[in-house]
Design a protein around this ligand. Sequence first.
Ligand SMILES: Nc1ncnc2c1ncn2[C@@H]1O[C@H](COP(=O)(O)OP(=O)(O)OP(=O)(O)O)[C@@H](O)[C@H]1O
Ligand SMILES: [Mg+2]
Length: 231
Amino acid sequence: MTTIAPTSDAIAIQVQDLHFHWHKGSVVLDGCCLDVPKGEFWMLLGTNGSGKSTLLKLLAGLLQPESGSIKPLPKLGFVFQNPDHQLVMPSVGADVAFGLAAEQLTAIQVRQRVHDALTAVNLQALIQRPIYALSGGQKQRVAIAGAIARQCDVVLFDEPTALLDLDSQRELVAQVQRLVKERGLTALWVTHRLDELDYCDGAFLLEGGKVIDQGNPQRLRDRMMNEKSEG
Ligand SMILES: Nc1ncnc2c1ncn2[C@@H]1O[C@H](COP(=O)(O)OP(=O)(O)OP(=O)(O)O)[C@@H](O)[C@H]1O
Ligand SMILES: [Mg+2]
């Protein structure tokens, strides 16, 4: 049973005492708590299988927790590791507009939202471009533009740079950092790439079903590098 706990207006993403398991006997989240302040860019670290993707799915309402609470996130965007799993239309402009189909907007309003969102991710020149003719980094930016067009205030990213080369990786993470600053978005970004910690405001370390460390990203990066070198 999920209860909605009282939350502060300054917190965009709030998770309290979350419990979840996929199979009996295999606990994935075991009293997980985290708060992401509004308008900040936070990252989520943890070893393979520690439950990062499961936590994002719970936040997105794709799974239901056994107990604990999650602050409702009505205007939520989700960017996956592989953009081919979420771009559904044949061209850039059509894909960004597709996400607006459920809203009561005029054709002019849709065009304006699509233009504004593509400008925000520097893809306005590619509005007519077929999706198949984009690079991996450009596809990820189309997915982000979809969230901006829907005026999402929280965006979850599940290893969005895992398939990108170094230059596209840096470009994408820097772009999200800019969007957070300029548009007041709140972002939670799962990664294994420790160099990305330079771009965020804070980070969480998930282990044993709980957040066991959080805060300054450089300190967390040093902790992870030390653990790697010792292990
Ligand atoms: N659909 C599923 N059905 C059953 N078990 C699952 C499912 N998805 C994930 N799990 C299990 O839940 C645990 C957490 O998986 P999850 O994908 O959340 O980890 P992760 O931290 O995202 O890992 P990675 O860094 O490899 O992406 C793992 O033990 C995994 O095997
Ligand atoms: Mg994962």
